[in-house]
Design a protein around this ligand. Structure first.
Ligand SMILES: [Zn+2]
Ligand SMILES: [Zn+2]
Length: 528
């Protein structure tokens, strides 16, 4: 069926001038231009009046973890909860929202007793009050301990007679079990918590898909597929619930099995899923003080974070990518990690020149220096910045790295100046995949404390929009299909309440996504 979109501001991202109208036929765009001309091409097209709203190509998620986003819907986050009341409210809301039947398991994560008023763990009575009709397990933010209510303890077979295992501790006092489990006691118990069933898993994937769509995203990523996730993918593929396009990046060891299951690299999407290449990660994160830096952290004489792979391992992965002719995406946060990757890439490209045409992606590239950007450009690489770091952790970075280095985080203006292709991501579920917030961050670079972090790294709204549309399509080798609104490309669109190019820069993150259209079909709509 043909549709004629008109009556709004259509930013094709091909051209700074908005288009008057767009004609689609099913999943494809077949015309862009004057309404009159397009009507002549297709007099029977169904008119879609944008009513003054702004239409753009669908946003492209340059890096995130789809399955982890989905799994987040199966657990309630207690992150930042600072009182028993708040913990209680979050759990209650989760049980109601997810309609969890009495007697079933409820899993909570990111509980932190340090945030409670006296810094003490919840008492047995408090734990019991949280979800008396459910088996409740609460994982501590450290991942190394947890709490269980009586029903949960009963299900995993822990009684007052159970002795603490080697390297673990089962909390007890004069009245019996306290519900607190530490290290091996917790790990053993957690293993007995049943995995969610297929129905729950699929529901979680659906919720995740809807979340991305609600932010105007039409192409998403599985930023690291490991062996254990293959059964989940079997389920996902069989159920055919995907409407968004999903590019999957297995680790080197899982690539062959993933190709068996999903389809060979380079053969495009199969039921909306394709293998994107392989994923490696070279260091940790700046907010966790584990990003691998060439200079020491602020206030530390020689601590520089650390790498997670040897040069040999990085080279092996690159050679594998070269041999198999697949794209490689590499998590590098610190500049030392970027250095290692670029040096190895340079070596590997001498052996496998094809690598430079495979658009290797540096994921995060938070502290890449200008000299590294030039080198990356010359090696044919792309960098994808986790841009919203300036807002979420900008103030922490100033403490960890000093103002000068912190000001260079996500240095988009430098990348732009040297001609290194760059994209933006949110690394969901680390933060929500909120593209407009990310664009707001890239053009304002404000921290939560209100400082402007690296004013010279701010870029224009137009360039920020390109990062999540045309540039991201390029990163995925999909520029002939996506990233802009042009004849022959997919009918993937997002409709916004206001035009990001016209509102004051500070208002960009207040713009709402009204509708998301994938392959010509509306997949998210909140009334406009
Ligand atoms: Zn990462
Ligand atoms: Zn990631």
């Amino acid at each position: 069926m043909k549709k004629l979109y008109h009556g709004g501001k259509i930013l094709t991202m091909e051209d700074r001038m908005p288009a008057e109208a767009v004609l689609t036929d099913g999943a494809k765009v077949i015309g862009v231009g004057k309404k009159e001309e397009l009507l002549r091409m297709a007099p029977d097209a169904e008119p879609v009046d944008l009513d003054g709203k702004t239409m753009l190509p669908g946003f492209i998620d340059a890096h995130s973890h789809f399955t982890q986003v989905a799994m987040g819907f199966l657990q309630v986050s207690l992150d930042g909860a600072g009182s028993v009341e708040e913990i209680h409210n979050r759990i209650l809301e989760f049980i109601q929202r997810e309609k969890i039947r009495p007697g079933s398991w409820v899993q909570a994560r990111d509980y932190d007793h340090n945030l409670l008023p006296d810094g003490k763990h919840l008492t047995v009575d408090e734990i019991e009050s949280l979800a008396p009709e459910h088996a409740l397990v609460i994982q501590h933010k450290s991942g190394h301990s947890g709490l269980m209510n009586r029903m949960a303890l009963r299900h995993v077979g822990i009684t007052t007679d159970t002795e603490s295992p080697e390297g673990g501790y089962i909390g007890k006092d004069t009245k019996g079990l306290t519900g607190y489990l530490e290290e091996n006691a917790y790990f053993d118990a957690a293993k007995k918590v049943p995995m969610p069933g297929p129905e729950e898993l699929l529901h979680a994937y659906e919720m995740a898909q809807e979340q991305y769509a609600s932010f105007g995203i039409t192409t998403i990523q599985e930023g690291m597929l490991v062996d254990e996730m293959l059964p989940l993918y079997q389920l996902l593929l069989n159920a055919r619930i995907l409407k968004l396009d999903l590019a999957v990046y297995p680790d080197k060891e899982t690539l062959a099995a993933a190709e068996q299951q999903i389809g060979m690299y380079g053969t495009g999407y199969h039921s909306h899923v394709r293998i994107g290449g392989i994923k490696i990660f070279l260091d940790g994160s700046p907010q966790g003080r584990t990003a691998w830096m060439t200079e020491p952290y602020q206030g530390d004489e020689d601590y520089r974070g650390y790498g997670t792979m040897t040069d040999m391992e990085v080279l092996d992965a690159l050679r594998e990518a070269g041999k198999r002719k697949v794209q490689i995406i590499a998590h590098c946060n610190g500049d030392a990690a970027a250095e290692q990757f670029l040096n190895c890439l340079e070596t590997a490209e001498q052996e496998y020149p094809v690598l430079r045409t495979l658009r290797p992606v540096i994921i995060h590239g938070q502290f890449m220096r200008p000299d590294q950007m030039l080198k990356a450009r010359d090696l044919g690489a792309v960098v994808s910045f986790f841009t919203a770091h300036t807002w979420y952790w900008g103030d922490v970075h100033v403490q960890n790295f000093g103002l000068e280095r912190a000001s260079r985080i996500s240095a988009a203006a430098s990348a732009l100046a040297c001609g290194l292709p760059f994209t933006f991501h949110q690394d969901a579920p680390v933060i929500l995949p909120d593209m407009l917030e990310t664009i707001w961050c890239a053009v304002n670079r404000r921290t939560k404390n209100g400082i402007i972090l690296g004013a010279d790294q701010r870029i224009s709204v137009w360039e920020a929009l390109k990062a999540v549309t045309v540039n991201a399509a390029y990163q995925y080798f999909e520029e002939d299909q996506k990233g802009s609104i042009a004849p022959g490309k997919r009918a993937d669109f997002v409709i916004l309440s206001e035009n990001p190019l016209e509102v004051p820069k500070d208002r960009i993150r207040k713009i709402r996504v009204l509708e998301t259209i994938k392959d010509g079909e509306s997949i998210f709509c909140q009334g406009h």
